[in-house]
Design a protein around this ligand. Structure first.
Ligand SMILES: [Zn+2]
Length: 284
């Protein structure tokens, strides 16, 4: 078997030359050329791929950077809004607390004992504890404020009619027989027909002539207080009628055990007559 390959190389001038290459060598050359080709293709492919990946990475990096910038901008906006919100809330809570303490000071001034709150807000302590102890204090401030408003709504405040104080609350000489007696309200004197106003919202509990009191109106102000208006000339409310603070309930008269036109005005706190003076003349 022929082990050689004859290669004829033709030159431009018509001459030709014959080369003899061993088959084995030719095979080896062919294999080497194929391997070089494959390596070339693979490395080209790899370098293309790595370029593409690099481009993607650069894009990703830029995206991440952009997003991170946006994120920190948003975060700073949120922080600012949060600060503004906190400031607003804190101002509101402060206003609420200020109002509550004003109401509380009025209640203290008129001698109304404020009930302790239920639960763990403050166990057995005063009604308004140190508000700064409770987180942002908003819920507690609202709670306390609402409780106080409920009391104030039904708390008989202010004067029930025009006139001057003609008799105080407490021990006095009876104007009829001169004996020691207890006066369970205050007397405000003016002329017959002077309008008499409700001093808190409530329900008319009774109305009509009562021994000693003459024409009388009794108003239940919430569960705690009762106001009594005696010696009226005319009664202008019905039994069971809902009334608001400032509503006219009747007119001043001289009915019952009375020495002249005046209003006998009583405040009862949980059934006990208390001195209405401080409730009536808050400014003094
Ligand atoms: Zn009286």
């Amino acid at each position: 078997m022929e082990n050689n390959i004859h290669i004829i190389v033709a030159a431009g001038d018509g001459r030709s030359r014959s080369m003899v290459v061993k088959k084995r060598v030719a095979k080896a050359l062919a294999v080497a050329a194929s391997v070089v080709g494959v390596i070339l293709v693979v490395s080209l492919y790899l370098s293309y791929n790595s370029l593409a990946q690099q481009r993607i990475l650069i894009q990703l990096e830029s995206d991440v950077h952009r997003l991170s910038t946006q994120n920190s901008q948003l975060l700073s906006q949120v922080c600012q809004q949060e600060t503004e919100k906190q400031e607003l809330l804190s101002n509101a809570v402060n206003n609420l607390n200020e109002r509550s303490s004003k109401i509380e000071s009025i209640l203290t001034k008129v001698g109304i004992e404020i009930p302790a709150t239920e639960g763990d807000l403050n166990s057995g302590g005063p009604y308004i504890a140190d508000m700064s102890d409770f987180g942002d204090g908003s819920e507690d401030a609202l709670f306390v404020s609402q409780q106080l408003m409920d009391i104030v709504e039904t708390l008989p405040l202010g004067i029930p009619c025009e006139g001057y104080l003609s008799s105080s609350f407490g021990a006095r000489r009876d104007p009829f027989n001169g004996r020691k007696a207890f006066h369970s309200g205050i007397d405000i004197a003016h002329y017959v027909g002077t309008k008499v106003y409700a001093t808190a919202s409530g329900t008319v509990k009774s109305r009509g002539a009562v021994s000693g009191y003459g024409n009388m109106v009794k108003v239940a102000n919430g569960d705690r207080f009762v106001t009594v208006f005696g010696h009226l000339d005319k009664i202008l409310v019905k039994r069971g009628q809902q009334i608001a603070r400032g509503d006219v309930i009747g007119t001043m008269g001289n009915t019952g055990r009375s020495t002249g036109p005046h209003l006998h005005y009583e405040i009862r706190d949980q059934g006990k007559a208390i001195n209405p003076y401080s409730f009536t003349y808050l400014a003094e």
